[in-house]
Structure formats: C-alpha cells, structure tokens
Design a protein around this ligand. Structure first.
Ligand code: CA
Length: 227
C-alpha cells in the first residue's frame, strides 16, 4: 500500500517513513502543504498522513482542497498536543482520523491499518483466499497452515491482489499502490515479482491462486479454471 506523508519536521518525517517502509509500505514525502497537495492530486495513494502546521499551505487547507476536488483518499491528521481546535477543524475539514504528537509508532501503524481496512470495506486484519491466509498486522502469509517467506514488496503485491480478490488488478495499479514516486514504470519488474510470488504461493499446490490475464493484469482467485 502506498502512503503520502506530508510533514515539515524532517527528522520526524524520516523516522515515520523508515518505519513504514520496513513494514512494507511505499512512502512518498512532501515537506510543505503545496508540494503535498500537488502529489495528492497527481498520484494515487491508499492513505495520506497530513501534519496540521505546515509551511505554504496548512494541513487543514490541504484537506479542504482535496475534499472539494472529490478526492476521497483516507486522511490521518497529525496535531500537536492540546490543539483541540485543530482536531475539530481537521475532522470538520474532511480528515478521517487524527493522532496527537508525540505518538508511538505502533499506534500510528494501527490507525493506518484501520483506515485502509475501512476504505477497502474489509472487516478484519486477515485476508483469506481458499487455504491462503495473510495476517496484515503480524505480516505473516500462510498456505495450508505453512508459513511462506515473502519480501516486503512481495507481501504488498499479495496484499493488494487479495484486497481485490476475484477482480483484475492491472500492472499500473500494482505499480501505483506498491512502489513510490521514484519507481521506473517502464520496466518489467512487476512481472518478475509476480513470477517469484506465484512460485512461493502456488508451487506444489493443486489449486493455483495467482493468475496472469495476458494483456490485462493479474488476479487472485480460486475460481478460475485450473491448468
Ligand atoms: Ca509541522
């Protein structure tokens, strides 16, 4: 899943980004409101982390503008302690949740997972397809009860495919949700990742769960005709 982080305190921003990348998220950073608004408009994100006090354009203004443009990306606002008015204004401007600084990284992660889950209309932290079971909090994938070792990127791709199981996910959608801004989208890296992912998930099992629809994209399903 891909996150836009709009925070002008660079040390805090790097700290958050590092933690999120280690947890398998792709993260783009913006250090002022204008840059943040621009990226939020031009790129595709699963979630925006938005600081309230920002140079050029405040978090409240960024949030209002995005909602006016009908951008409904979930927004988690960061506010300083005791700024009650900020919290209320933030929620009124269209933010989905807020977190008060300073916060524990684990709490940030829990809020992020909850917001993304909600936006995909998903009820639990587990994604299940046939005998494949992916725990998004513990970051563990198992097939028929056997743990599968995945890299963070493989995990993210699998997560996206399972969130949209039985639907086609295009290569562009995968690059948009799994890689950050610096990714070179002309390369065939997605196919390579899908190839290794499929080996890890399907090899040795009767039913294949990850399918390629040539010229269209990929699909996680157990309902497709098996080879
Ligand atoms: Ca700030």
């Amino acid at each position: 899943m891909r996150i836009l982080l709009i925070e002008d305190e660079k040390r805090l921003s790097h700290f958050i980004k590092k933690g999120l990348v280690e947890s398998g998220f792709a993260v783009d950073e913006a250090h002022d409101g204008e840059e943040g608004l621009y990226l939020a408009k031009e790129e595709t994100y699963d979630l925006i982390i938005l600081d309230v006090m920002l140079p050029k354009l405040s978090g409240i203004e960024v949030c209002k503008k995005l909602r006016e443009m009908k951008k409904d990306t979930p927004i988690l606002m960061l506010t300083a302690r005791s700024e009650l008015d900020d919290k209320l204004e933030g929620l009124n401007s269209g933010a989905d949740d807020y977190l008060t600084k300073p916060f524990a990284f684990e709490e940030l992660k829990a809020r992020i997972n909850a917001l993304i889950r909600r936006s995909y209309r998903q009820v639990s932290n587990a994604l299940i397809l046939a005998d494949l079971d992916v725990d998004l909090v513990k970051h563990i994938a198992k097939r028929a009860g056997k743990p599968i070792k995945l890299t963070p990127k493989e995990f993210s791709i699998l997560e996206l495919l399972l969130r949209r199981k039985h639907e086609v996910v295009t290569r562009t959608q995968i690059t948009e949700h799994v890689w950050d801004y610096n990714f070179e989208s002309m390369s065939n890296v997605v196919d390579v990742f899908i190839g290794t992912l499929r080996k890890k998930i399907d090899k040795g099992y009767k039913i294949s769960l990850i399918h390629t629809l040539h010229g269209v994209g990929y699909m996680a399903t157990d309902k497709k005709k098996q080879k």
